[in-house]
Design a protein around this ligand. Structure first.
Ligand SMILES: [Zn+2]
Length: 331
């Protein structure tokens, strides 16, 4: 028996007669009544590309949501997620792009009694992008009790050991598909600077203080798989000639908790979402969108009563060695 869950969703409504966005609230929409898919295409827009279509099964939505050119889902402004948007007073821009990163992630916990107490106060959902070097570093901070999104840290990351031509090809091949290669070039910073800024962000939220070192305080990383923290962070630290920060020592692999909680396998984010009946928002493999979708899986699991626990920890005595804590794991 699954616990009831509902979304408090603020739906942006645009009208032909007004240039300012009108916000309307449709509370208590059931999670599974929402199905939104978006596709993107290239555009000459200097800003992030607007998806060209929004597929919505209209029979599952209140009629008022689909009338008058209503747009129910908008792409994030990827300048804003990196604290770099200069168009916050431009109504046309605000109508095209979402500037509220928590918008798709509001939940109303109907049956809090079903939820398990957690070992930590916050979860840091992280989903890196970039196979050769890290290209994107998004982290969502989620309150473990209220399931509210507290903050977002998001940076595009510029590879440190590639030629400009190789970087251009690499970025075009990945982010060109989503129409966001321009914003990547406008904003990407080095991995070293990304880590510096991330540590400032952790300090602001009192989750880690550089001077004290050690592990995260009251928080744990949540990833979809072991690749991000087991493999990619150490690789990138080596390439960027920096010592791996101590807070990356352990993490929660959501797939392992999912397997041991629901007793069924899910190979990745998409299969977990499919099995739980959670609609996919945005573009798969755009890190910021994947992070939000993984957060939606995490929220659902917490509502269903899952207890999040550390699934893997690096062994300091064996460089490259990792200890796994669940016997049944997704390999
Ligand atoms: Zn913006």
């Amino acid at each position: 028996m699954r616990a009831a869950v509902s979304l408090l969703t603020r739906l942006p409504l645009t009208t032909a007669s007004s240039s300012s966005p009108r916000l309307s609230t449709f509370p208590l929409l059931h999670l599974r009544s929402l199905t939104v898919a978006a596709s993107t295409s290239s555009s000459s827009s200097p800003y992030v590309t607007v998806p060209t279509q929004h597929q919505q099964p209209t029979d599952q939505l209140p009629s008022s949501e689909t009338e008058g050119g209503t747009r129910r889902w908008r792409p994030m402004c990827l300048y804003h997620t990196q604290d770099r948007c200069t168009k916050m007073d431009d109504h046309t821009h605000l109508e095209k792009f979402n500037h509220d990163f928590a918008k798709d992630l509001r939940v109303n916990v109907v049956d809090a009694g079903r939820m398990s107490p957690q070992d930590m106060d916050y979860f840091l959902v992280l989903d890196l992008e970039g196979k050769v070097e890290i290209l994107e570093f998004p982290v969502l901070l989620l309150d473990a009790k209220t399931l509210a999104v507290v903050d977002l840290f998001h940076r595009f990351v510029r590879p440190s050991q590639m030629s400009d031509q190789r970087i251009n090809e690499y970025v075009e091949g990945k982010y060109g598909n989503f129409g966001v290669d321009r914003v990547w070039h406008d904003t990407a910073i080095s991995f070293n600077d990304t880590v510096d800024q991330f540590e400032g962000w952790l300090k602001k939220h009192r989750l880690w203080v550089k001077e004290q070192g050690g592990q995260l305080d009251r928080a744990a990383f949540v990833t979809c798989g072991n690749w991000d923290l087991k493999t990619k962070i150490p690789q990138q630290c080596w390439v960027s000639r920096m010592k791996p920060p101590p807070y990356f020592v352990e993490w929660i692999n959501l797939k392992d908790v999912y397997l041991n909680f629901y007793h069924r396998q899910a190979k990745g984010m998409m299969s977990m979402m499919s099995q739980l009946g959670i609609p996919v928002f945005g573009s798969h493999h755009l890190g910021i969108d994947d992070t939000k979708n993984i957060t939606r899986v995490l929220q659902q699991m917490l509502i269903d009563g899952a207890h999040m626990r550390i699934t893997a920890r690096r062994k300091p005595e064996f460089p490259g060695g990792v200890q796994f804590f669940f016997e049944d794991r997704i390999i």
